[in-house]
Write a protein that binds this ligand. Sequence first.
Ligand code: BJW
Ligand code: ZN
Length: 247
Amino acid sequence: MQTGLGHVISKELREKFAQAKSVLVLTGAGVSAESGVPTFRGGGNTVVWKGMPFDVISSAGMLERDLPAVWEWFNYRRNLLESLKPNPAHVAVARWQERFSDFNLVTQNIDGLHQAAGSRDVIELHGSIWRARCLDCGTRHDVRELKFDDGVPACLKCGSYLRPDVILFGEMLPMGAFEAAAKKAESCELCFVVGTSVVVYPAASIPEIARAAGAYLVEVNPERTALSDLCDQVLMGRAGEILPLLG
Ligand code: BJW
Ligand code: ZN
């Protein structure tokens, strides 16, 4: 007998999940929502910080205009993240890597919570809030090793300014990350799209690629998205409640 939310997983999906060998999971901000990380969009709202919409402060243009403000914004979010822990959705996804012979996790998140839950080889499409990158020599540093006395930290190698190692609007994704994710999408049998509004490209094309290549597409989100009509299954609800039901 099924109890609680157990009924949301159909027999067909349970069978696909039991038989699949190659599985790809694409996650977005919603997978971290139950850990306490605010999403960018959803519920009809978008994040605004000090009067600036997030797509203004998290943009390539703002980096050129006001690097200290960009650091202030990321320091604020990093401070929030310090005390947050992975939730049952991160834990379930980390377990899946042991279950399938070919398992790939692609995330748009920069919070590092998948890794904190034990996921390995995560393809981070939008970088990491825990790293900084030199504007001059390109060297990457762990932000926890940097001094922020003057607002903008300096490169430990060459002394030039550092920037957050994240992908802002109008910037190219990290070399090879999208290509690696797209290749895995082309060959997966089962693709989960979890906690993303699927509006930011090129990340949003990953499930489209998987679908076009014949994958069974499952969306997990409390709200419908532009992808919902393309999906074989839409599991409407919170990732931390739904993903553990699959095992
Ligand atoms: C739950 C839940 C729970 C709640 N359980 N779910 C093609 C067409 C049009 C535009 C473009 C295009 N190609 C490129 C562009 C431009 C742009 C873009 O896509 N714009 C669109 C918005 C229109 N893309 C780019 O600029 C990208 N670069 C690029 O394409 O380079 C080539 C290029 C260069 C130069 C010129 C032109 C092209 C880069 C995109 C980088 C995105 N960066 C950000 C910020 C990172 C740094 C930071 O954190 O500040 O990444 S934007 C922001 O959105 C962040 C996220 O990773 C990303 C995606 O958001 P996500 O994860 O989907 O979160 P939300 O909040 O949107 O949704 C949360 C969902 O969770 C909701 O659906 C909720 O319902 C759900 N939810 N609780 C499960 N408990
Ligand atoms: Zn440097």
